[in-house]
Ligand binder design. Structure first.
Ligand SMILES: [Zn+2]
Ligand SMILES: [Zn+2]
Length: 323
């Protein structure tokens, strides 16, 4: 299904070729040409509109972080900001590190129950729901691929799934906002929102207009071709510029991978950033002759950079914090 690409500048492998007659990687059973094949020869999952349906309400709920759109409902949602479908895939506790009031080795275990956050109105919470559904799908497929690679089998059938990179990216924005407003120290009740600033215009623009800061977005962190170890750990840390206290995004350690998400790049260092792969088009895990992984779809024109990782000893454990 995928041909080996050649290494291009910045690391990574270019141009996975799509076999248009083969079954679509979304799992529909249809040939790709009748399913997710887009006009530019790529497989692509279309983004649903995240704008709430119907006329603008012209109401801004003071507790909703998307209030700047003046399109809130009058009731606030009590739902978990990381929805249950996702937690079923990644586990019931989320390890949070890198909070400014925590020591470097300290982590905060957040239970599902404590993730109840009153930070979105019901109208906005509902409209962002598809992001959680896609994230749950992604983590489920990733787990399936990795656990299959971890067992010994003679089957060489690749397991590849088409998922939406765009939706994963926006889901991480949702998580970033949730952590900013609702995760705090249990004893002193500190919140990132009390000690950092956030540019909510950038948040709204990314969700509703697909407009981003330069170089903002989702990054795979690590060396392409590096080893990976199957692990079911999930940890999250805020990305925050300590000098200006600007909140920039979130880092997630997921099943042995490091993903960085950035929505505010105003305080980031000069380009290039070695070891960062922006908007990877594939995350492929190899063990001997077997390859499993995800094909991530992005808007037309996104450079095609695949990330391949080899089963074996993982990279040295990096402390999950912002530097
Ligand atoms: Zn399809
Ligand atoms: Zn709202």
């Amino acid at each position: 299904m995928l041909q080996d690409g050649k290494v291009i500048e910045g690391g990574g492998e270019a141009k996975p070729m799509v076999d248009v007659k083969a079954s679509c990687l979304c799992g529909s059973g249809q040939p790709a040409e009748k399913c997710h094949l887009d006009w530019d020869g790529r497989l692509r999952k279309q983004m649903p509109s995240l704008t709430p349906p119907g006329a603008i309400t012209k109401f801004s709920h003071p507790s909703c972080y998307l209030r700047g759109t003046q399109n809130c409902s009058e009731d606030i949602s009590r739902e978990h900001y990381v929805s249950k479908s996702v937690l079923d895939q990644i586990g019931s506790t989320l390890r949070v590190t890198g909070m400014p009031w925590l020591g470097v080795d300290e982590a905060l275990e957040t239970s599902v129950a404590s993730l109840t956050a009153k930070i979105l109105c019901s109208r906005h919470n509902e409209t962002l729901g598809p992001l959680d559904q896609e994230a749950a799908l992604i983590f489920g497929k990733l787990r399936l691929a990795l656990t299959d690679l971890d067992r010994k089998t003679l089957s060489r059938k690749p397991i590849l799934h088409l998922v939406s990179g765009e939706m994963l990216e926006l889901w991480m924005l949702k998580v970033a906002c949730g952590i900013f407003y609702s995760v705090g120290g249990v004893e002193n009740g500190q919140r990132l929102s009390a000690v950092s600033k956030i540019d909510l215009d950038k948040v709204s623009r990314a969700f509703f207009e697909d407009r981003w800061d330069e170089r903002a977005g989702l990054y795979f962190r690590g060396d392409i071709g590096q080893g990976f170890k199957v692990s079911l750990d999930v940890a999250v840390a805020p990305l925050r510029d300590p000098e200006t206290a600007t909140y920039c995004g979130v880092r997630m350690e997921l099943q042995g991978m490091l993903l960085d998400f950035l929505f505010d790049s105003s305080t980031t260092g000069p380009w290039p950033w070695p070891g960062f792969t922006r908007r990877p088009s594939e995350l492929i895990f190899q063990r001997g002759p077997r390859t499993h992984g995800l094909v991530l779809s992005w808007p037309p024109g996104t450079p095609d950079i695949g990330v391949r990782l080899k089963h074996g000893k993982g990279p040295p454990r990096e402390r999950l914090s912002f530097a």
